[in-house]
Design a binder for this molecule. Structure first.
Ligand code: EPZ
Length: 417
């Protein structure tokens, strides 16, 4: 099994381009199912999760092929069975977002329940609540969600909590549902906005995305489109942390910096010297950085997907930082691994109290989930000696060629296995 070995100590410098957004691309691939025709997505990152989604779309009978280095062509005209099996859905939770499009197009869909993952139970009740509000009959049958409806109709959905994929799934069902649908307490993430923008270019009528109230007027049909996926804001934030943890100077390009505000605010509060332009951001580190306080929250709050990377950075700065995880109930799996590297962290409920140490030390560590493994790589870059990160398949789910990108910035990093 692959592992990544990092020899810490190199000061990272230079420019690196962000890849396309994993989470946006996944939702857009599901949206392509809404049109009985071809859609071409460009700037799609080469990741395990994207391949898993291609496999799922093909299992439904759609065409989903890589037609270029970072280009995927999807054709929803050939969908033969609106059924997403467990062995494919369990590989990647975002698969559950095929439910809305399939139900809207075919009036029926069977999608395996994705189940929990390392970071939490991750229920789907809000997705189902939304589809029921559109008139769908939804039942759970041996771990499979079966949704049917002779005739969906617009309705009002008030989400009990902000859910990104929940908002996207119901939005994709509503665009082909006659009448007006209103989503309240909707997620405001950039990935929700990009999905709405693309649906509108496919011929839909979605208004208010980016705010917490979205109105959708159903249309008869949608058409395929060509779209270039936006840059990955979480990968961009991670790359900036790799520069800062080595007290370096890194510029990330090909990223809409307006999607990074809360992350940049935290880095600036630690003393990072930022040069922010619309499509690129430079983070220069002064010799010392300051402690930080962060509470994860839905967009525009501080992203939970940046929590582990910020914690790794906080392990190397003087003073006491407090990082509170409010979105997922079990997203501190990286803490014991950071402690193995000599970090001084204590947990109190949903808060991690991080006291900076003079120097982390390299150690063999275990990746437990995608962002935890990114946090371990950030820490390893500042550690003394070698760190071996095991189970890197987690990082390959969301970071394209990470060791090449970091080597390009001067890191001593290699993949083994
Ligand atoms: C999306 O997951 C992202 N995944 C996650 O990124 C990200 O961490 C998360 O949003 C929050 O920003 C994709 O876009 C593919 P949620 P999602 O529904 O939509 C609870 C990564 O690292 N909830 O917004 O599944 C849920 O348990 C991944 O790239 C319910 O209770 O997250 C959580 O506590 C990890 N019932 C909270 O809401 C529901 O029906 C927010 O989850 C739905 C959610």
């Amino acid at each position: 099994m692959d592992r990544i070995v990092v020899r810490g100590g190199a000061c990272l410098r230079g420019e690196v381009a962000a890849s396309g957004s994993k989470n946006s691309a996944l939702a857009l691939m599901c949206a392509a199912l809404l049109a009985p025709g071809e859609s071409v997505l460009r700037n799609v990152p080469r990741l395990r999760d994207i391949d898993a989604m291609c496999e799922l779309l093909r299992a439904l009978g759609a065409r989903a092929d890589w037609t270029g280095e970072h280009e995927i062509t999807i054709d929803g005209a050939t969908i033969s069975s609106p059924e997403a099996p467990y062995e494919l859905v369990r590989k990647m939770r975002a698969s559950f977002m095929v439910l809305g499009p399939l139900l809207a197009r075919f009036g029926t869909a069977r999608v395996s329940e994705p189940g929990g993952c390392a970071i939490g139970v991750r229920p789907i009740d809000q997705h189902l609540k939304g589809l029921r509000a559109l008139g769908a009959k939804v039942r759970l049958d041996h771990g499979v969600v079966e949704a049917t409806s002779d005739e969906l109709r617009g309705g009002r959905v008030a989400f009990d909590m902000c859910t990104v994929n929940g908002t996207q799934n119901v939005m994709m069902a509503a665009v082909l549902t006659p009448g007006e649908t209103v989503l309240e307490n909707a997620a405001r993430e950039p990935e929700v906005m990009e999905l709405a923008e693309v649906l509108n270019r496919m011929g839909a009528d979605v208004r208010g995305a980016g705010g917490d109230r979205i109105t959708i007027r159903g249309v008869e049909t949608l058409r395929g489109i060509e779209h270039s996926v936006s840059g990955d804001r979480i990968e961009a934030g991670t790359l900036l942390c790799t520069g800062l943890v080595t007290r370096g100077d890194v510029t990330v390009t090909a990223i809409d910096t307006s999607t990074l505000e809360s992350t940049l605010d935290k880095l600036a509060s630690m003393g990072a010297e930022l040069t922010i332009e619309p499509e690129r951001v430079r983070a220069e580190s002064p010799p010392t950085l300051r402690e930080v306080e962060a509470v994860t929250a839905p967009f525009p709050g501080f992203p939970t997907d940046m929590q582990a990377q910020l914690m790794a950075l906080a392990c190397t700065v003087e003073g006491s930082s407090v990082i509170t995880e409010r979105v997922f109930e079990n997203r501190f799996m990286h803490v014991p691994e950071l402690q193995r590297m000599g970090a001084d962290i204590s947990l109190a409920g949903r808060a991690a109290h991080v006291r900076g140490v003079a120097r982390l030390s390299g150690a063999p560590v275990m990746a437990t989930d995608l962002r935890a493994s990114a946090g371990l790589i950030v820490a390893a870059l500042a550690a003394e000696g070698d760190t071996t990160v095991n189970r890197v398949y987690h990082i390959d789910r969301g970071y394209e060629r990470i060791e090449e990108k970091l080597r390009g910035l001067g890191a001593e990093i290699r993949r083994e296995g």
